[in-house]
Write a protein that binds this ligand. Structure first.
Ligand code: SF4
Ligand code: SF4
Length: 215
């Protein structure tokens, strides 16, 4: 088939009809939580005496919040996407539509990509009434990702103060939860901690569904 195209007026770029027809034919399959076939990041199991670069091995035991999933130690990936902690006191924000507002406090970019993937057809978080807010004024949860930097302290504070109550804070990824390899821990306590470097979208969906159960 020859090259079929027209101008995409939204992006100003070419819109290739071949890609469009191929997408219609092959479709994108929206995955069901629990059915993903990922090897890492995931819950790791086992013990290791490896000199972990992010100090995620304490007396051989795994600390998921510090792990950057480099897979250099003897721990084994289980493929279970449940590396998260839901703290006990969750304000009542999860029952209805749940809006997330992400703040980048110094990421490498990968956490941002995985967070955005939540709303792509493969994961389609909207089907679980999980949405992204464009402003903290419409958000139920502040999602903080990246290492903590002094410059971002006031930005995080302003975003949090702009959110209507009740509201929660989600720590997203090793950098936010523990500082990862190079940073400091974010100076806020999190209602939900989602491990990973970066966390997988399935891990995020599982964490929010679990938080809904615990509310
Ligand atoms: S996978 Fe890497 S970061 Fe995680 S515990 Fe093993 S060595 Fe440490
Ligand atoms: S947790 Fe990992 S992926 Fe996320 S910002 Fe830090 S280094 Fe990047």
């Amino acid at each position: 088939m020859g090259k079929l195209w027209h101008m995409d007026f939204r992006t100003g770029g070419e819109f290739h009809m071949n890609w469009f027809l191929s997408g219609l034919k092959n479709r994108i399959k929206t995955e069901t939580p629990g059915k993903y076939k990922l090897k890492s990041p995931s819950v790791l199991e086992g013990k290791s005496t490896f000199d972990c670069p992010s100090k995620a091995l304490e007396n051989g035991e795994w600390n998921e919040n510090k792990c950057i999933f480099c897979m250099q130690c003897d721990l084994k990936a289980t493929e279970r996407q449940e590396a998260f902690t839901v703290n006990d006191k969750i304000p009542p924000v999860l029952e209805k539509s749940f809006y997330l507002y992400p703040v980048d406090s110094g990421t490498c970019g990968a956490c941002n990509v995985e967070f955005t993937s939540l709303f792509a057809p493969q994961y389609d978080a909207n089907r679980f009434k999980i949405f992204m807010a464009n402003t903290p004024r419409h958000a139920d949860a502040l999602v903080i990702m990246g290492v903590y930097t002094d410059e971002m302290e006031s930005v995080i504070e302003k975003a949090y103060n702009a959110m209507p109550a009740p509201k929660i804070i989600i720590g997203f990824g090793a950098c936010a939860l523990s500082g990862g390899i190079i940073g400091d821990k974010i100076k806020k306590s999190f209602n939900i901690e989602i491990a990973g470097c970066p966390p997988s979208p399935e891990n995020v969906i599982n964490a929010i569904l679990k938080a809904r159960e615990k509310k």
